[in-house]
Design a protein. Structure first.
Length: 681
């Protein structure tokens, strides 16, 4: 929950695909997972729940794991997803009952929602909403004409072969930077372009088939479509050669490696062929903020590939990107091709209803507007007060833990406490709402279309971000997640802890529930987010949100020793015989989990008659989830969060209260010797 890049990847997997219902495994099955059964995986659940002392997560969640069904149109089911589905029902009920919109946000949501779910109108329009753009790209005949297209002042849904963003400067949190990043490789890893693996070959075939079918539907011949796919792959292979492998990035070196400031003239000198400097000027990104290039070698590779010989491949990248961004919003034929790709890629089946697709559109494309409507209807100030009081109690508890951290010197400890005291709190919704007054959408009756509306929203958002260039950061906006999302986040750039309204329900928060259950769920999440301020990444930022070292060298080395022990232990967990938890990739989340649980135990110790069994049971419920094996593997390889069952079992192993409550001894599967137990904060 620290950062949403990985979270957005998992969300895409969850919302783009479908799966069959959950089933339990036959008694004679050889179960995946060491030292515990991987109970995140469909079909890997034994009929016998076993003992709490041997596998706490499985035994505590066995009924849910054995009976839960993955909904049609989804790739998995989790405690988070269950609450998200509740919010979807609430918002759809609200939208369906609106006859006359009271606010501009309601009008935008209704227009987009209706345009996406209206398949009759979409079928009548076919691919017409994007055909003019595709034709213009197709008709480019020289590299100069391509450069002219890339550098015109208009907005194109196909990005100009690079991703341009406006974000807070990690080294000066009061200012913005213009980020310049590579577009994603269609095969994910650069290594696939040198030596295709079996999975890479399958992915390539899936991609080629998808774009071939979409291009034919757009009027290309099969030969033209296949030739375009070949040209794209050839140029992509050249660009991929300059990409950085994700394995080269760690929590500590990531920011320094991707923070490469450049002037406009430096970019022009580094990329004389590919007109990056001219694109930045033409699109309005040269208004005073510094440019930060994440991968200089990628830019060099793109510049080298920007030749007349590669013209068709470069055009093809733009055409494919346009199709990728719009296919699910065009006619049924395009939607079928889009769904077929997702089903083949993830090895699952099923599709969403038009209403579900429409909800996904408003939730992702107009997230803040959706969140404002949701918060106005379903969030109360009483809950905000209750959660704020809990947050302050947890903050004070965490401060006491910092004070007791005997491995810190006074200098670093004082700076840590100062940072903790400076963390700002937002509960329910952001301080500043997005102003949508400049955005207008059109229904089909007004001559609009779903795809056109998606493009207008993207253009509006790009313009909104560009207006920040050269200005002072006004803190209070949310970008990591929206008010209706079932999530929480710590923002290092603003040094803020944020608890959206969306997570305050389900198994995460019951205003009428016991304090033990609340601490085991939402309390744990709050403690987790506080700890993110002092994890491997968050600890590199100071109280003002600037990337600055406030540690002594000795303290930083001691911190590394603690986190190395954490990473090493997590790497002993094997969810699959051939695939384990990545201790380094997950270190931010594992440290945050440990800190959050430690805080909860400190609070529990101050409450007479505290029901630890209820606490630990509540804690186990928030991490329950279920995926098909193929999705589980993808998540394990790409998500910075450990698997759900691992988050339950490893964390409870670290606190003596768990052993005392459930009489866990050295002969039990949940036992971990005291000298091996993990603690950072």
């Amino acid at each position: 929950m620290k950062k949403l890049l990985t979270g957005l990847l998992v969300l895409c997997i969850l919302t783009l695909a479908a799966a069959a219902g959950c089933i339990t495994a036959p008694p004679d099955q050889e179960y995946l997972g060491t030292p515990w059964i991987n109970s995140d995986i469909v079909g890997n659940i034994p009929n016998d729940p076993g003992r709490l002392q041997d596998d706490f997560h499985l035994a505590s969640n066995h009924h849910w794991l054995s009976t839960s069904k993955i909904p049609s149109g989804e790739a998995g089911i989790t405690a988070f997803a269950e609450l998200e589905m509740q919010h979807q029902a609430e918002l759809l009920r609200l939208l369906n009952n609106i006859t006359t919109p009271k606010t501009h946000e309601e009008d935008l949501l209704l227009t987009l929602y209706n345009s996406v779910k209206d398949m009759d109108a979409r079928n009548a329009q076919g691919m017409q909403p994007i055909l003019p753009e595709l034709s213009r790209i197709k008709n480019i005949s020289t590299l100069d004409e391509l450069s002219a297209w890339l550098t015109d002042s208009g907005y194109h849904l196909a990005n100009p072969l690079a991703i341009l963003t406006v974000t807070v400067d990690p080294k000066n949190s009061s200012a913005y930077i213009v980020g310049i990043d590579p577009i994603a490789l269609s095969l994910g890893s650069k290594d696939e372009y040198k030596n295709l693996t079996k999975s890479g070959e399958q992915l390539k075939q899936n991609n080629d088939h998808t774009y071939e079918q979409l291009l034919i539907h757009a009027g290309y011949s099969q030969e033209e479509a296949q030739a375009l796919n070949r040209a794209v792959f050839a140029v992509e292979a050249q660009i991929a050669d300059g990409r950085r492998n994700a394995s080269n990035l760690t929590a500590e070196n990531r920011i320094d490696l991707i923070y490469n400031p450049r002037t406009l003239e430096q970019l022009r000198a580094e990329s004389p062929a590919y007109p990056l400097a001219e694109i930045l000027t033409a699109k309005g990104y040269d208004r005073g903020s510094p440019f930060v290039l994440s991968e200089p070698q990628w830019l060099a590779a793109l510049n080298a590939a920007y030749t007349e010989e590669n013209l068709e491949g470069l055009k093809g990248l733009l055409i494919q990107n346009t199709l990728k961004e719009t296919a699910q919003y065009l006619d049924q034929k395009c939607l079928d091709i889009y769904n077929e790709r997702i089903i083949a890629k993830y090895g699952i089946s099923g599709t969403k209803t038009p209403e579900q697709m429409a909800y996904d559109a408003i939730n992702t494309k107009l997230g803040v507007a959706t969140g404002r409507v949701y918060a106005d209807a379903y969030f109360s100030e009483e809950i905000k007060t209750d959660i704020t009081e809990m947050i302050e109690r947890i903050r004070e508890t965490f401060k006491q833990r910092l004070t007791r951290a005997d491995w810190l010197t006074n200098e670093t400890r004082d700076a840590a406490v100062e940072k903790l005291d400076a963390i700002t709190i937002n509960v329910g919704y952001p301080e500043i709402w997005t102003d949508y007054s400049a955005l207008a959408l059109r229904s089909a009756a007004e001559g609009g279309s779903a795809a056109e509306n998606i493009l207008k929203i993207a253009e509006f958002e790009a313009d909104r971000q560009k207006h920040k260039i050269g200005t002072t950061v006004v803190k209070g906006e949310w970008s990591e997640c929206m008010p209706q999302e079932v999530n929480a986040f710590y923002s290092p750039e603003s040094n803020s802890l944020n608890i959206p309204a969306g997570i305050l329900g389900g198994v995460f928060y019951d205003p009428n529930g016991s304090y033990e259950s609340q601490l085991g769920s939402i309390g744990m999440i709050i403690g987790h987010e506080f700890t993110h301020a002092f994890d491997t990444t968050g600890s590199q930022y100071d109280k003002d949100g600037n990337l600055r070292n406030w540690w002594t060298d000795a303290d930083r080395n001691a911190f590394r020793n603690h986190t190395a022990k954490v990473a090493a232990y997590y790497e002993t967990i094997l969810p699959y015989p051939d695939l384990g938890v990545d201790g380094d990739m997950t270190i931010g989340e594992t440290v945050a989990d440990l800190g959050g649980l430690a805080c909860m135990m400190d609070i529990a110790g101050t409450i007479e008659g505290f029901d630890y069994e209820e606490f630990f049971t509540s804690f186990s419920h928030i991490w329950r989830k279920m995926y098909p094996e193929q999705i589980g593997r993808i998540i394990l390889e790409t998500d910075e969060h450990p698997p759900g069952y691992v988050r339950t079992n490893v964390n409870v192993q670290q606190v003596q209260e768990f052993y005392t409550t459930f009489n866990v001894t050295a002969k039990d599967g949940m036992y971990l010797a005291p000298e091996d137990r993990l603690v950072v904060w």
